[in-house]
Design a protein around this ligand. Structure first.
Ligand code: COI
Length: 356
């Protein structure tokens, strides 16, 4: 049992029976409880688990105006032996702490984040979908709660963790998605906040993504902000190319989000003797490899997206079309192994799983 003083106020009316676990959209339904921790007078107060519901706030609350906020995206899975697994809790906490530091949010203690989350998932463990390839998405969010229009780091904050039972992120399911570059726009710049998980990165992607969707693409493939030539990421996931026998992905250069699934793919690849290159990849190079026939597969990796095959990339009047209507063999290998570890069907030698 945790030593953390968590107060618990359970809901008298569970909504679990209202949920159709056979038809789960991404992030539309929320479990019975949430965790709340408030920061004031220079310290984080005791965590409280309470029924999921509305949170009171004033329109002057500074996060609404200046976006001083950070979030994470994590998942809990049904695991063998009727256990529940929170995947790569340590790595998500590390990224959350780094993101908070970047936008001047006071550090949330590791045990508040980890033990608070474990207590919440334990209380809502019936909300973890039983079926493989579904999961309970966990969304920690912290935001500035001073009432002020002054632009400064807030003196008050609120930290919440909410949970949502989810199926596939993309409407394509695990069928290949279609990407396009939008060289007129950029997602992030070096020295900015592209490598931390702050809401503004996602807001900035909405207009170009909407335009891409109007043109028939699922998402934008972002290019670097200086030369508009080098591949960065997809916003909802990192990107991988299989060129010949080599797995290639752009390096963490400061404007790409260091994805935990990206890290998992790289670690599994190296362990299994694949040749891996983390190096700048220009779109011209991708086009050239495609023309030569050595570009074998493209896929994305992210917590929500898991491993998602990419069937099309449109760039500068050239359309790369790759693979069949199914996941390619390399993407499939990662998909099976990662979901296998998450659900306890494949060994977890590196302690990526936190079992409840
Ligand atoms: C995640 O993969 O957890 C994210 O936060 C991406 C978001 C667009 C759903």
């Amino acid at each position: 049992m945790s030593e953390l003083p968590i107060k618990i106020k359970k809901t008298p009316h569970s909504r679990l029976s209202e949920i159709d676990f056979d038809h789960l959209a991404f992030g539309e339904q929320f479990s019975d409880h949430m965790l709340e921790v408030r920061y004031s007078e220079g310290r984080w107060h005791d965590p409280l688990i309470l029924p999921y519901g509305q949170i009171p706030m004033y329109p002057a609350v500074s996060t609404l105006h200046y976006g001083q906020a950070v979030f994470e995206g994590m998942k809990a899975y049904q695991y063998k032996g009727d256990k529940v697994n929170i995947f790569r809790l340590d790595k998500h906490y590390d990224r959350f702490r780094r993101s908070c530091e970047r936008v001047c949010i006071p550090e949330i203690a590791e045990d508040v984040f980890k033990e608070g989350m474990k207590a919440l998932v334990e209380i809502d463990r019936q909300w973890v979908p039983k079926e493989k390839l579904k999961s309970l998405y966990i969304r920690p969010i912290v935001f500035a709660s001073d009432q002020t229009l002054g632009l400064r780091a807030s003196g008050n904050y609120r930290f919440y963790i909410i949970c949502s039972p989810v199926g596939n992120y993309y409407s394509e399911g695990i069928k290949p998605i279609r990407l396009t570059t939008m060289p007129k726009y950029v997602r992030a710049v070096l020295g900015g906040v592209g490598d931390v998980k702050v809401p503004g990165n996602y807001a900035a992607s909405l207009q170009p993504t909407t335009k891409a969707q109007q043109l028939g693409y699922t998402q934008v493939l972002w290019l670097d902000a200086i030369e508009h030539r080098y591949v960065e990421e997809v916003g909802s996931m990192n990107i991988f190319f299989v060129i010949g026998d080599v797995l290639v992905t752009p390096p963490l250069n400061g404007s790409i989000l260091p994805g935990i699934t990206r890290k998992t793919v790289l670690e599994l690849a190296k362990k299994n003797g694949m040749t891996v290159q983390e190096r700048p990849v220009s779109m011209q190079e991708v086009v050239d490899f495609h023309r030569k026939g050595t570009l074998k597969e493209i896929f994305g990796a992210g917590t929500a997206a898991v491993i998602s095959p990419v069937g099309v990339i449109h760039h500068d009047n050239y359309q790369i079309t790759i693979g069949s209507d199914e996941m390619g063999p390399v993407a499939r290998w990662f998909y099976d192994n990662i979901t296998g570890i998450q659900h306890g069907e494949v060994e977890d030698p590196d302690s990526w799983c936190t079992l409840l």
